[in-house]
Design a protein around this ligand. Structure first.
Ligand SMILES: Cc1cc2nc3c(=O)[nH]c(=O)nc-3n(C[C@H](O)[C@H](O)[C@H](O)COP(=O)(O)OP(=O)(O)OC[C@H]3O[C@@H](n4cnc5c(N)ncnc54)[C@H](O)[C@@H]3O)c2cc1C
Length: 422
């Protein structure tokens, strides 16, 4: 099977790279084992929330220079200030351009509301997610918080307590619908995705209108768990119009309906543009000649290799098994690429789980152009993108989605240029 580019891993990074490439007319395949980090995401994308020294970042564009000075091997340092800035803006227009509109800007972090009601800085948030421009206030005086009876992955009481500390009054409501009863018989079935499939039905949207109208007339907004719009995000628009009040969603504990919607939306978009997405297949080995990857092999396709001018490795970190940690070492399982990690295992982690964890910054080493390194030598047609990269700590810095998106766009643009595109 011959393609212009094969992308291994179909999470946020692989999909963005793939869409960008097919937009430019490339024949592109994404091979992906299964779920990605998006299935567990908050619905917001972080670019940079903190510097490595702990300083809070309010404007990622102006703070990135300090980050680069502290961490010269950071993926953002490889880009440099100018390209980082260009790509951050490109990412915003790219997402809007494919129909995945989000609010936020790289020159000012805003604050998303976590499932526990606290505020966390972030870059881009899904429209209709409850957010604030300020870390010390919320944009409402009074809200009505609704939850589904028996749903344990959403905590109205915590939200109400945190909101009260910021001077916002709340009233809380529990409701049920006959269609939810069969889920309620088994508490493990009463999960965000299952609930959403039921609430998204037209008949239940009408029921929700009646339920939401119970909110008092002096409440400014309705707050609801992110259990709407799995396939079609317009459900929320319709509901708001009928209720005549803004409705904002707060993320639940995983699975993340917003993240799954984004994953599915980008998957469909990629296929719609002519991309080939092979879900449930795993790349297991490769053939390398000189400085080029010649063939890659998957479980499902056995002896039939994938061949491509360029290959992008976007297999994620430990969570998605792009990196494997054994007792002795951390390795990349497909190409056995060079991985940056500390040799002594006790150095990998801090026993205090609230401390920065070194293992978070381990990853595949690359050149400044994100070409993979194997035994110190760059591979000319193998690029590395997203959470598998070394040199950044997505949790401590709040840079997870930013690195995944910016590296994906950088690599896609580089491949397009290399192959004679724009
Ligand atoms: C649980 C979790 C929640 C997060 N939430 C947020 C958030 O809310 N906001 C934020 O900014 N950042 C968040 N992050 C950081 C996150 O890493 C990035 O935001 C980003 O989604 C990672 O995307 P990725 O495509 O690089 O990797 P992943 O999303 O991990 O995708 C990698 C994909 O590669 C596939 N794969 C792996 N090995 C193979 C193989 N051999 N063959 C084929 N396919 C393979 C996997 O199945 C997976 O689909 C979160 C991370 C985790 C782990």
């Amino acid at each position: 099977m011959k393609f212009d580019t094969v992308i291994i891993g179909g999470g946020l990074s692989g999909l963005i790279c793939g869409i960008r490439l097919v937009q430019e007319g490339q024949r592109c395949a994404i091979v992906s084992s299964g779920q990605s980090a998006l299935h567990f995401s908050s619905g917001s994308f972080d670019l940079m929330n903190r510097l490595p020294n702990g300083d809070v970042v309010t404007n990622p564009l102006s703070s990135v220079k300090s980050l680069m000075a502290m961490y010269p091997d950071h993926p953002y340092s490889k880009l440099g200030v100018e390209v980082f800035t260009e790509l951050a803006y490109e990412a915003e227009s790219f997402l809007g351009g494919i129909g995945l509109s989000m609010k936020g800007s790289a020159n000012k972090n805003h604050y998303r509301i976590t499932p526990l009601g606290t505020l966390k800085p972030t870059w881009l948030s899904t429209l209709n997610l409850a957010v604030s421009d300020s870390e010390s206030s919320l944009p409402w005086k009074k809200v009505s918080i609704f939850n589904i009876s028996g749903f344990l992955d959403f905590y109205p009481r915590f939200l109400a307590d945190e909101f009260a500390q910021l001077g916002v009054k709340s009233e809380t409501f529990l409701f049920s619908l006959p269609d939810l009863d069969h889920l309620r018989r088994n508490p493990s079935e009463l999960r965000a995705t299952n609930i959403t499939r039921i609430l998204d039905k037209d008949t239940n949207v009408k029921e929700l209108v009646n339920i939401f109208k119970k909110a008092s007339s002096d409440s400014d907004a309705i707050i609801f768990p992110a259990c709407l719009g799995l396939k079609d995000s317009n459900v929320l628009e319709d509901l708001q119009r009928l209720v005549e009040k803004p409705i904002y969603m707060v993320p639940t504990l995983p699975p993340s309906v917003i993240g799954i919607h984004a994953q599915q939306y980008m998957h469909d978009y990629f296929i719609h543009l002519g991309g080939v997405y092979m879900l449930g297949d795993t790349i297991k080995k490769c053939e390398i000649e000189g400085d080029k990857v010649k063939k890659i092999y998957s479980y499902n396709h056995g002896d039939i290799p994938f061949m491509a001018k360029n290959v992008v490795l976007a297999t994620g970190s430990y969570f998605s098994q792009g990196l494997i940690a054994s007792r002795e070492k951390i390795y990349e399982p497909i190409f056995d690429l060079d991985v940056n990690y500390m040799k002594d295992r006790p150095d990998w982690y801090d026993r205090n789980i609230f401390e920065s964890q070194n293992y978070q910054s381990f990853g595949v080493k690359t050149t400044a152009t994100f070409n993979a390194l194997k035994q110190g030598m760059p591979l000319e047609n193998l690029y590395v993108s997203g959470a598998i990269l070394d040199g950044f700590n997505p949790i401590k810095e709040g840079s997870g989605a930013g690195v995944s998106i910016l590296s994906a766009l950088y690599i896609a643009n580089r491949i397009i240029k290399k192959e004679g595109g724009i």
